[in-house]
Design a protein around this ligand. Structure first.
Ligand code: NAD
Length: 399
């Protein structure tokens, strides 16, 4: 098997240096980023401000065996000190893995200080901040990646390429769901760390469930179909008494080119874990993909048997070079969540490397979510909240 990215990655002759904000002791997604970014051996973790509490940031730095001079009390100190290091030592990019309220100020300040940024979703707390950040990305000309994980899966890329190649015909309908059940009880009141900030409007934003996971479903639907949501009729609910943000949402969607759709996301659906799934119906064929069984893509036509496309086979890479590039091991050995993160990191860091080497990044390298996706995500969240409150119901997607 070829070594992944052998040609494009050899040129720089060193690993890219990564910094991280967030991902302290007991945090969820920071550790996933650390594992994924380093999966292909092209990135080293060099610095961090890992926790809102400085002593816990230091504690994390010790666990990660980092040079203690590069473990900071807060992100501002990190920017100041990293920027003053010689170019051959300072970090190339920072990954922001804090709760949502911190994404905007941290991303803005790192971009302005000359660092590339990988940011967790949703991009910011409001649509206005998202547009402001998009402007800063353009002005600073830094590489900005947004961790919409699910676009990193090879079979999602295959589905997108089938749509692009016209295999499905005209897209008529998209059904996308993201149910979970972990917030059926008010565990935020017992201090469950991931629940506490997700149910606090100051840290999470104007939406709970619809922002946390509905935005992933929106991004997946637009990525695979190549269409854009134009109008939304939404009904979001807070089922758990006393909770301050929605924990369930149901939306009717109208896309451009006449396609219609349904999106539901939920955190009170007992028994559901991370049951993200999508069905795209065209006038020639349909496709179906499940995040909990991500190595398979189902394709159906009106008068033939169901096709099951399986990750790791040569016919997948032949149909979709993007899917082939996002595959590390042969068929039958499952790849999943961390690899999807690693694929987004792979394209993001290849683009940074191209920038450093003054080479134009290829279309395959540029295949990762960016600030534009973040702006659409925030427009989706704010439109859903407005539609749900309004009596008029159908609302044009904000822009
Ligand atoms: P978490 O509560 O588990 O971890 C947050 C960490 O950030 C903690 O260590 C906390 O101390 C630290 N932190 C908070 N403010 C900070 C600051 N100003 N400076 C430094 N550190 C700070 O949260 P989580 O579940 O890991 O979620 C973090 C982010 O990741 C959220 O934006 C969430 O939406 C996103 N997320 C994305 C995915 C995905 O699939 N892409 C999955 C889960 C979470």
């Amino acid at each position: 098997m070829a070594i992944k990215g052998e040609k494009s990655r050899a040129g720089l002759g060193r690993k890219l240096r990564m910094g991280m904000v967030g991902g302290g002791p007991g945090a969820f997604i920071g550790e996933v980023h650390r594992k994924a970014a380093r999966m292909d051996g092209q990135v080293e973790l060099a610095a961090g401000a890992f926790d809102i509490k400085p002593y816990r940031s230091k504690q994390m730095g010790r666990v990660l065996c980092l040079d203690r001079r590069r473990v900071y009390n807060d992100y501002q100190q990190m920017i100041e000190k990293e920027a003053s290091l010689p170019a051959a030592e300072r970090i190339d990019f920072v990954s922001i893995t804090t709760p949502n309220n911190w994404h905007f100020p941290i991303a803005r300040d790192f971009l302005k200080a000359g660092f590339h940024v990988m940011c967790e979703k949703p991009i910011t707390l409001t649509l206005r901040e998202a547009k402001e950040l998009q402007k800063i990305v353009r002005q600073t000309r830094k590489v900005f990646g947004l961790m919409h994980t699910y676009t990193g899966y090879p079979m999602v890329k295959l589905g997108r390429d089938m749509v692009r190649q016209g295999d499905l015909g005209r897209i008529l309908k998209i059904v996308v769901q993201y149910p979970q059940g972990w917030l059926i009880h008010p565990i935020e009141r017992q201090g469950q760390p991931q629940a506490v900030w997700r149910t606090d409007p100051k840290q999470s934003g104007s939406a709970g469930c619809i922002g946390d996971i509905g935005s992933h479903a929106e991004n997946l639907a637009e990525y695979i179909s190549g269409l854009q949501i134009r109008e939304i009729c939404a009904d979001i609910t807070t089922f758990v008494k006393g909770r301050r943000l929605d924990d369930d949402g149901n939306c009717l969607l109208r896309f451009n080119k006449g396609a219609k759709g349904l999106l539901h996301s939920s955190q009170i659906s007992i028994g559901e874990e991370n049951n993200l799934a999508i069905w795209v119906y065209g006038d020639k064929r349909s496709l179906e993909w499940h995040q909990e069984h991500p190595n398979y893509l189902y394709v159906r036509e009106i008068d033939g048997p169901v096709q099951v496309w399986r990750r790791g086979n040569d016919y997948v890479a032949a149909k979709s070079p993007a899917a082939g590039r996002a595959t590390r091991i042969p068929f039958g050995h499952p790849e999943a969540y961390i690899e999807a993160f690693a694929n987004i990191y792979g394209n993001f860091t290849d683009t940074i490397r191209a920038r450093i080497l003054r080479r134009k990044p290829t279309e395959l390298e540029l295949d990762f979510p960016k600030a534009e996706d973040g702006v659409r995500g925030m427009a989706f969240i704010e439109t859903v909240v407005a539609s749900s409150k309004s009596k008029r119901k159908w609302m044009k997607m904000k822009s």
